[in-house]
Design a protein around this ligand. Sequence first.
Ligand code: F0G
Length: 456
Amino acid sequence: MTFRTIIEPFRIKVVEPIRLNSPEERRRLIAAAGYNLFALHADDVLIDLLTDSGTSAMSAAQWGALMQGDESYAGARSWYRFEAAVRELMPFRHIIPTHQGRAAEAILFGLLGGPGKCIPSNTHFDTTRAHVEASGADAIDLLDGPGLDTRSRHPFKGNMDLARLERLLAERGADVPCVMSTVTNNAIGGQPVSLENLKATAALAHRHGKPFFIDGCRFAENAYFIKLREPGQAERPVPDIVRDMFAVADGMTMSAKKDAFANMGGWLAFNDDELAAAARNRLILTEGFPTYGGLAGRDLEAIAQGLVEIVDEHYLEYRLRTSAYISERLEALGVPVLQPSGGHAVFVDARAFLPHIPPLQYPGQALAVALYETGGVRACEIGTVMFGRRPDGSEAPAAMDLVRLALPRRVYTQSHADYLVEVFEQIVPRRSALRGYRIASAPPALRHFSARFAPL
Ligand code: F0G
């Protein structure tokens, strides 16, 4: 028997109250925060869709595993459990724990980056781009065509453009230390990369003698998309698809705050012995001894258990259905949503929703502020605020101006989703009254975290 309703595949044992404040109160709070959602006190947020990173609800088994944490400085039992759990899915020779994804990126690009180099990717996430650029290298996005078309329903909009990668490797091969792909492709809408594209990217990189790395933050969602959408994959277990994804790579970076259900953690992995040795030397300087990295033994335990749970297909079916449900309901209201819906988030096309606000007046920020003022929902601009500042300090519109409604794993229920849709229902009729913003102050890198805005 099959049912229409895909239920949350868990019941709730521990709850965390959330508080409803008034629109007047929220208008005052967001003004005091310089119209930057990152500057709000989280207690003043009703539904927090700022990120799916580190915000997962852990399972009873994970909380139990925390108590098993072995806090030995070297060779802890928890380290061996963590290493085995990672290697079960990602069979790399060397696994190096870090406190989160960007710590892995800092080590990787500290080793491989540098002035004059360039690092191609399907799309670098903001922290990845920042680390590449901080090393002096160029971060180059080579997204395949359908990914940039918000209305395209291509099944794998996260794919690498292989023709442009080939050209880059032919023209600037000497400057390219490695090739990278991000799964799912967060910055352009949580869109998946096909197994075929991962294999072809790896083959191309290898033909030019370059290692291929995967940013695996949302590997399980990507694998489930492959199962649903890629010919020949429908009958295969998700863990097998995951192993195939990573079998073609020479290493990976990972934030365990995403597809490992952990509140903190990450890792870096390599097959190459020399690169691994160099990375461990840096790890000891910045993170810690190689059997704990930046993590407590209990964190390693939570990640190991989380990796078992994240590839569960009932969970993944519910996970992808949640974003599809919100996306369908918003579409029905006439809100332009990136299609098909991504894994970890629903992305609203703010540039299309607020066509009267030009990109350099940040339509994504305007919508994000309106969502908070109207309903206490916290979302994240992924557009010109996040990507519009060039290394030389000048500004240009980002490829898209999106607002990301990121979905923490196992945290909110369907009625929270229905409430979110109602918040949009209230904004739709008065959208032409929304105004843009200017940046009043901002730091040189990753400005979206701490910029202050002024309404126009
Ligand atoms: N790579 C991708 C694709 C990411 O989405 C993130 C983080 C990172 C790397 C860095 O990992 O946060 O553990 O240092 N993304 C979060 C987000 C912040 O909200 O999308 P981290």
